[in-house]
Every structure is written in C-alpha cells, then in structure tokens.
Design a protein. Structure first.
Length: 328
C-alpha cells in the first residue's frame, strides 16, 4: 500500500492552483467549488507538514516548498495522463509512440523508409522528437530513443541498429571526367569538409590510406552531418561520412566514393527504451520493423572500399549527444 501518495484529486487541485495562482480559477477548471480546492490544499499541507501557498486577501503565491513540489507533481500527472491515453488508443486498436531521433539519422535514413511501416501499421501514430542532449526517460514523455554511442547504457534495453563505417564521398563533378576513383594524395588536394567536433578524423583517414607525411587539412567546417552532406552533393569538397547515411545518394549518382579506404569505429546507433516500456505492443512492433530494415540496410550498404581500418572511438558530433540517455 502506497501510504505516502496523496489522493489524485488533491494533487490535481494543487497543480491547477499553482498554475493559475488562483483557487478560484483552479476551481473553475476542475468544475468544483473554491472551498473544495481550499480544502484539498489545506489537507495536502497538513499531510506534508509544509506550507505550499502564501495567502493574502488579493492573491496566493507558492512558497519555496510549493515551487519545489510543483514540477514533480506536474510530471507525475502528465505521465498518468499519457499512459491513460495510450491505453485508450490500444483498446481502439491504435497506439501512439513518442520517439527521440537524432536529426541527421532521422532526416537522411529513417524518414525515407517510414512509408513502409505506416502502410503496414496504419493504427500506430509516431511523434518524433530531437533530444540531442542526454535526458532521463523517467522525466520525459519519450517512449524510446535512437541514439549514438558505445553500447554502454545501463538500466535500459538497447538494440544495436547500425555501426559506423566512415567513407569518403564527393560529387561526381569534382573528379576529372571518366575517373571513378583517385589516389589519396590527389584526394588530399581537394577541400576536405570537416565536422567541428571531429577535428582529427581526416588525419586518421589519410594515415589509414597510406599517407605518412603531415598533410594540412583545408576546407569548410560544419557542426552537423546533414549540412555537410548537402555541401558534398553541391561539390564543395570531399566528406567522411557513415556509409549508410549516403547509400541512397551513392546509388542515385549524386555522390561517389573517390577512394576505397574506410574507417570503422566502435560506435553505433542503438534503439533504447526503459524496461518499463518493453511490453508496450506498438513499441515491440516498431522495434521489430526497425531491426529488420537496419539489418537489411547494413547488408546492402555496398560502397566500394578496401578492408576497413579500425580507429578509436570518436568524440561526439554536432547532432549526437555527448552521452547516452540516462536510465529512467
């Protein structure tokens, strides 16, 4: 028995009164009398042993204790409401998923493939969020997240989706007519598009390609992969990028791989979600579909390359979080 949890109606009265800073407006919203709201608040204060509101003849305001209690009560009520709505949609044969997706991964890889999912599962609605910074599932409406990093999260269920193999790509027009590939020395003379959080990746690639001398890397720098990929398509230089993010561009001829050396890291994209969500039916459906297309995508990446060269774990990049989401 949860003896320390106040009645739900009391918490709703507190949250409404705190939001409006008015017992009268809270009563109107909840369709009860002002005296009923006052009784709820007084009973809650007695139960907690603290004063939540300062009352004057003209208005009420939250005490420090009330200000500290409000966000926790509001988050709890939001979670109860979201869970109730999910259960109601499940009874109607539908489901709602809130998914956090990194911007470039979502734009370049996931969105073009979602039509297949929605066609097969018309009753499932997915809301997409972009949580770049670490977050806690317990304090969020997010059901699951597609995040990037090593497989080091705790207290969550994690499924590896796609590993990271970096290949050089550029617009066909950047190469001489009739040439599909070039040597690393010739490649290094082009502008080398750089990602700001990865200042050393081109040096690693040049060394892996066999260049032992010091090469000055020159070219514009970008914070996000998506803009850097568009710059490569526009012919502004050569970019090192995960092969699956540009597989469609390579197949269509918008980009080519000018040299076969690639870099493999120990980082990967993962689908992660709290253990409390593992029985959610529509999450299981989305998970199984996502794992299937990820496996097919990795098998079909098919960019021409020599044996990949392993490199150390990369530092976080502009549209990827500095650490995995915390458990919740």
């Amino acid at each position: 028995m949860r003896q320390h949890i106040p009645p739900l109606g009391t918490l709703q009265a507190f949250e409404a009164a705190a939001r409006h800073l008015s017992f009268t407006r809270a009563a109107a919203e909840l369709h009860v009398t002002q005296s009923a709201v006052s009784r709820h608040i007084r009973g809650l204060e007695v139960r907690l042993g603290v004063t939540l509101f300062r009352r004057t003849k003209q208005h009420v305001e939250l005490t420090e204790a009330g200000q500290a209690y409000l966000p926790e009560v509001r988050a709890s009520l939001d979670r109860i409401e979201a869970s109730t709505l999910q259960l109601q949609t499940y009874r109607r044969g539908a489901g709602v998923l809130n998914i956090s997706v990194l911007p470039t991964f979502g734009t370049r890889w996931l969105m073009p493939r979602l039509a297949e999912f929605f066609q097969a599962h018309r009753g499932i609605v997915i809301n997409f969020y972009s949580e770049i910074r670490p977050f806690e599932f317990a304090n969020s409406e997010i059901d699951a997240a597609i995040h990037f990093g090593p497989a080091a999260w705790t207290d969550v269920i994690a499924h590896r989706l796609l590993g990271e193999q970096l290949v050089p790509v550029c617009a066909p027009a950047l190469l001489d007519a009739g040439r599909a590939t070039i040597g690393p020395d010739a490649l290094a003379r082009f502008p080398l598009l750089q990602l700001m959080p990865l200042p050393d990746v081109w040096s690693e690639w040049l060394q892996a390609a066999g260049i032992r001398r010091q090469v000055t890397v020159h070219g514009p720098r970008f914070e996000h992969f998506s803009m850097a990929i568009e710059a490569a398509i526009a012919g502004h230089g050569v970019l090192l990028v995960p092969d699956f993010l540009v597989a469609d561009d390579i197949r269509s001829g918008r980009l080519v791989v000018p040299h076969g050396t690639s870099l493999t890291t120990n980082m990967a994209y993962h689908l992660i979600y709290p253990r409390s969500k593992r029985t959610l039916p529509w999450l299981r459906i989305f998970r199984d579909w996502l794992l299937g297309i990820a496996a097919a995508s990795e098998d079909a990446a098919g960019t021409p390359q020599a044996a990949p060269k392993p490199v150390a774990t990369h530092r976080p990049r502009g549209d990827r979080p500095p650490a995995g989401p915390a458990a919740g």
